[in-house]
Design a binder for this molecule. Structure first.
Ligand code: C2E
Ligand code: CA
Ligand code: CA
Length: 766
């Protein structure tokens, strides 16, 4: 469920986003490039079409102007012909000549392809007689020609005034009889008017020749033929059909529209496009295909890249030994869980700390330690059965993340109970060669309605696991704010202890420690140890530290030794206790044994043996009267180092006692390997003597073992005479317990001649 909620979803989200980042631009570029190519082709085609069209229109304009000029030339030429033919009105053969001129006119009309040729006088009256149809026709067109005619007539008079004898000619386009026409008018210059050489010119009545041609007929045919204007036709209005263009013809004189020339233009651009289209389509298809291929390829390599990246990332986020998520992945998932779970959901975090793992690692080797970690992870996974995430945070620390509904919270606590039981079962390691008994401490914290940040949740789980360990391990503790109060109190105590120790250090440096009057809040009390004979005389005393705390009263070592151990303060504290024990021992326990407890951390602290030996030197306490009490834990953490240190100390005459024997490894090999002088039978066995027979059996076994190894035994916590008698009976050498004396302050320690058990007057701890 968590997988679904967290990692997978964000990963696929990022993948989709990244692939979109790559593919969208590629596809866009592809489409844009294709579109651009198509548009460019169409644009180029259209542009060349426009240019072609413009060219054709310019050609039409030029051709029309040509036609107008040609018409002017033609009419002028014919007018010159007329001049030689037309009779002088005065001559006799005038009538015959006029007929001749008429025949000439008909001939040239046909030859020059005029629509009509008309000879008029200075008033614009028609001179040709006879044909009434022509006269009628002239009557129709005469008003339309008026302007042109007066222009030519004016021209003729101007020329005459200037003495020039060239004809006055003018031509233009007009709409005649509803059709576009070119009209030319030329004055006729008679031969006589040019004058004979040496003679005076003979003035004649002015004549003018009018000629016109329709534009639509042969002229358009010529245009079609000569200029390639396909299907050129004339129309009054713009009624071009699809694929045709219309060209407005305007009257040259007044700019009035006189008609439209329509033709199917030759459009090279369109032709090119038309021809190119199949190739273009094929090219687009090929490019599109290539693009698709490219995109598919890219997509595939993208996926492969993503897979390998994912794999690398998974490896980086995985614990190598157990293949569980590591610390990084765990905190990432926790954060994701916070952002993705509904606010009515709860997030449960459990910190699991394996108890006594280090001892297994040290005793059975690292391979066995690794095996144990893997097996423990397997057992936890079995319990989880797919619920939540199990991560290895490092070393022997694991964590569980469970997103749950609120009402399921109680059930989730059951999971942690099951984990505690699962880890409590023995582990067979090295193919059954050895068996490890560990256990685990679990701290549980949960957040409902996202009431705290992920970091805070982790901190709370950490506080709870600390609490679980402090409560004696092998259990789970659910965080609640009161633990915090305890935690704060612990932190405060640590600070106070630190202050206390720095004061001690200052006293030590100034030499005040040796002063009999020197007093610290950290007091060393003593509990006497008695010979197991009839007299029970005192053989020594165990130094037990107490803290006369101004606020909390007299604190027993359980309240502050663990704090000193976890903060490193145990080294200066231990040194101080040893020194005090020696000083007090010198004055109060002449020649008797002083037993001083040494915590495992203290032993591991650098220069421990040197400091013990210097303390002995400084105080003058005989080394043969000093016994150091160690637990097995102190030995297994770094056996080689422990052996060396103990060897040095024993060589100096110091005795070594193994404290709390029977509760830890109770290993025979430890007794032999490290050279132990004394075994202290733990008081938990002594307590069982009265009630359970196996307590008696263990005590008897340990005593006999010690005797066989030539060691002494001290039974701790002897409270009843029954216990005392039994312990004496099984051969225990020394006894210690409330039956003889409680631990007392140094001032109250009195060892009389009789070594009576009632020496200790006041008890210092309950
Ligand atoms: P331990 O070394 O096993 O010390 C014996 C403990 O048993 C003492 O508790 C003592 O008061 C208690 N005891 C003695 N006789 C009886 C009895 O008849 N009945 C009962 N119920 N208890 C008895 P204390 O002084 O509270 O010390 C507790 C532990 O604190 C010690 O256990 C030792 O592990 C540690 N400790 C005490 N002083 C020092 C010290 O100076 N340095 C270090 N490193 N640890 C110390
Ligand atoms: Ca002890
Ligand atoms: Ca003990």
């Amino acid at each position: 469920m968590l997988e679904h909620l967290t990692g997978a979803r964000t990963n696929s989200f990022f993948r989709r986003r990244n692939s979109r980042l790559i593919f969208v631009p590629i596809v866009t570029i592809g489409i844009a490039a294709t579109l651009l190519a198509v548009l460019a082709t169409i644009w180029a085609g259209a542009e060349s079409d426009v240019a072609a069209l413009e060219r054709q229109k310019a050609l039409v304009t030029a051709k029309l102007a040509d036609q107008v000029n040609q018409m002017a030339r033609d009419v002028a030429m014919v007018a010159a012909g007329y001049a030689s033919l037309l009779p002088d009105n005065t001559s006799d053969g005038a009538r015959a000549d006029r007929r001749e001129a008429q025949v000439f006119g008909e001939t040239v009309t046909e030859v020059f392809d005029f629509e009509q040729l008309l000879l008029v006088d200075d008033d614009g009256e028609l001179l040709s007689d006879g044909d009434p149809a022509i006269a009628r026709r002239y009557q129709w067109v005469r008003p339309l020609l008026a302007n042109l005619f007066s222009k030519v007539r004016d021209g003729r008079y101007q020329a005459a005034i200037r003495g020039e004898l060239s004809p006055s000619i003018s031509a233009e386009m007009l709409r005649l009889e509803g059709r576009a026409s070119i009209v030319a008018i030329s004055s006729v210059i008679f031969d006589g008017e040019r004058g004979e050489p040496g003679g005076m010119p003979t003035p004649r009545a002015p004549h003018y020749l009018i000629g016109f041609r329709f534009l639509d007929g042969t002229i358009l045919d010529d245009l079609s033929r000569e200029m390639g204007l396909k299907g050129a036709r004339y129309a009054r209005t713009t009624d071009a059909e699809d694929g045709e263009v219309a060209f407005q013809v305007e009257a040259s004189a007044n700019g009035d529209p006189i008609g439209v020339i329509i033709w199917s233009p030759d459009l090279p651009g369109s032709k090119v496009i038309e021809r190119l289209t199949p190739y273009l389509c094929a090219a687009i298809a090929v490019i599109g295909g290539l693009f698709l291929l490219l995109v598919l390829r890219l997509n595939r390599s993208w996926k492969e890249l993503h897979r390998s990246e994912q794999h690398a990332r998974e490896l980086a986020l995985q614990d190598v030994l157990t293949h569980l998520p590591n610390r990084d992945l765990f905190s990432r998932r926790l954060k994701e869980c916070f952002t993705s779970t509904l606010s009515d959901a709860s997030i449960v975090v459990g910190f699991i700390d394996l108890d006594r793992f280090k001892a297994v690692n040290d005793s059975f080797g690292h391979a066995a330690g690794d095996e144990l970690i893997i097996k423990a992870a397997e057992r936890m996974n079995e319990v989880l059965d797919g619920r939540g995430t199990l991560a290895r945070l490092g070393g022997d620390e694991f964590a569980i993340l469970l997103p749950v509904r609120r009402h399921e919270l109680a059930a989730q606590i059951g999971i942690f109970e099951a984990i505690v039981s699962a880890i409590d079962r023995p582990f067979a390691l090295r193919q059954g060669e050895v068996t490890a008994h560990i256990g685990c401490s679990i701290g549980i914290a949960f957040s409902t309605h996202h009431d705290c940040l992920p970091e805070e949740l982790l901190r709370r789980a950490d506080v709870a696991v600390y609490q679980a360990k402090a409560k004696g391990r092998g259990r789970h503790v659910v965080y609640d704010a009161e633990i915090e109060t305890g935690q704060r109190e612990r932190e405060r105590l640590i600070e106070e202890l630190r202050t206390e120790l720095s004061q001690i250090e200052a006293a030590s440096l100034s030499g005040r420690m040796a002063d009999a009057l020197y007093h610290s809040a950290l007091e060393v009390h003593f509990q006497t140890i008695h010979r197991a004979g009839e007299e029970h005389h005192v053989t020594g005393a165990e130094a037990l530290v107490r803290w006369r705390h101004p606020r909390l009263g007299l604190l027993s070592p359980d309240k502050f030794i663990p704090l000193a151990e976890s903060t490193g303060l145990i080294a200066p504290l231990g040194d101080y206790i040893l020194e005090q024990a020696c000083r007090i021992g010198l004055t109060k326990l002449q020649d008797k044994m002083i037993a001083v407890n040494i915590s495992p951390m203290q032993l591991r602290h650098e220069g421990f043996a040197d400091r013990v030996l210097t303390t002995l030197q400084r105080t003058g306490f005989p080394s043969s009267c000093l016994e150091l009490e160690l637990t097995e834990t102190a030995l297994v953490d770094n056996p080689q180092q422990a052996k060396e240190i103990l060897g040095r100390l024993r060589n100096a005459g110091i005795k070594i006692a193994l404290d709390d024997f029977g509760t830890g490894y109770s290993s025979l090999s430890h007794l032999i390997h490290f050279g132990i002088d004394r075994i202290k039978i733990d008081r938990s066995f002594v307590r069982l003597l009265d009630t359970q027979s196996n307590g008696a059996a263990i005590a008897a076994a340990v005593t006999s073992l010690a005797r066989n190894l030539g060691m002494e035994t001290t039974a701790e916590g002897v409270e009843t005479q029954g216990q005392r008698d039994f312990l004496i009976a099984i051969g225990c050498t020394d006894l210690q317990g409330y039956l003889f004396s409680r631990p007392v302050a140094a001032d109250d320690l009195m060892i009389g001649d009789s070594d009576c058990p009632q020496h200790a007057l006041r008890s210092s701890a309950s």
